[in-house]
Design a protein around this ligand. Sequence first.
Ligand SMILES: NC(=O)C1=CN([C@@H]2O[C@H](COP(=O)(O)OP(=O)(O)OC[C@H]3O[C@@H](n4cnc5c(N)ncnc54)[C@H](O)[C@@H]3O)[C@@H](O)[C@H]2O)C=CC1
Ligand SMILES: O=C(CO)COP(=O)(O)O
Length: 391
Amino acid sequence: MSAAADRLNLTSGHLNAGRKRSSSSVSLRAAEKPFKVTVIGSGNWGTTIAKVVAENCKGYPEVFAPEVQMWVFEEDINGEKLTEIINTRHQNVKYLPNITLPDNLVANPDLIDSVKDVDIIVFNIPHQFLPRICNQLKGHVDRHVRAISCLKGFEVGANGVQLLSSYITEELGIQCGALSGANIATEVAQEHWSETTVAYHIPKDFRGEGKDVDHKVLKALFHRPYFHVSVIEDVAGISICGALKNVVALGCGFVEGLGWGNNASAAIQRVGLGEIIRFGQMFFPESREETYYQESAGVADLITTCAGGRNVKVARLMATSGKDAWECEKELLNGQSAQGLITCKEVHEWLETCGSVEDFPLFEAVYQIVYNNYPMKNLPDMIEELDLHED
Ligand SMILES: NC(=O)C1=CN([C@@H]2O[C@H](COP(=O)(O)OP(=O)(O)OC[C@H]3O[C@@H](n4cnc5c(N)ncnc54)[C@H](O)[C@@H]3O)[C@@H](O)[C@H]2O)C=CC1
Ligand SMILES: O=C(CO)COP(=O)(O)O
């Protein structure tokens, strides 16, 4: 095959869409051996991303193996296994109802079997389950496998506060980037247009174009006509915003539930964005400030989550019902997870460890409301009292 012939000219609607820094070229080298892709996770976002990935793997057989495995945490749904329902009716009736999934997406309840001979793993589970999943995967994933984390959260432990992509790299010894954006799953699943950001560092042991995963391969894997992808390098920036906007969204839900309206919600988002950026500067100096403003994973995700995400809904119900966070999550989400409830605790623990709680009054206020029943109506004072700009 000639050099020209072995390059795929992906349609302009594919690689060329939008402003893109990483993929000025529209050509993508056919893989020597098509990359085999597995998605770990089958919740609301897990299933949506699996649909996106399966559509592209079917569309680009020169680059990807058409069959995509999706690891499913098996559940019994009215006497039927969820995996059987997905594989026969091509719907995830519990976590993404009324969306038809591609028939090349195969649900697999066996985690280890789902990553057999895999080249690319897309992690997409609620982040509290990641340590157990990584533990199970240890020894079953080759070091040349590449990964993308779609999770939003942090891991806080003996190593301090860690990005989930770094945690995956450390636990499994594989290169891992991240995908994050203004992406309410059901809207993406319904193929309403949105943008996202993928961030990935090319590893030192990169084996070459056509043999290994690079920015163009990642763009081909995730970009759809209805899901426009920007590929950048700032893994830390997109991950910090993805994790922390869930905490800010809880604050928005509280003031909305109290009936304070749009001004109060905007004030929470303003303060929240400032704290997100400060958190990045203090603990992940490698993150880039422009990521927060320019990328979908930045302020756009903050806006969409505060407008219509699950975290804001749970917090709103807490305010209107007086019920605790866990009751509200259970009542509203049918097994899905409002990640901000866990992230605000992780952030609090980390900030306490490093004596920085007072630098992040909104994050701390959200934590105190969720875990220690502080009155939400005191939120403005809780932010003001600790305001760094006061004399
Ligand atoms: N849903 C959304 O709109 C978006 C979510 N995200 C992020 O993606 C990540 C995954 O979220 P979703 O897919 O929405 O999950 P989800 O919130 O729908 O959670 C349900 C999933 O958790 C699984 N699960 C329950 N118990 C488990 C266990 N013990 N071990 C492993 N898995 C278990 C369920 O089987 C199900 O697949 C989260 O970090 C979330 O913040 C990111 C963008 C959009
Ligand atoms: O991350 C999300 C949108 O990008 C979804 O936010 P929620 O988890 O609050 O629904």
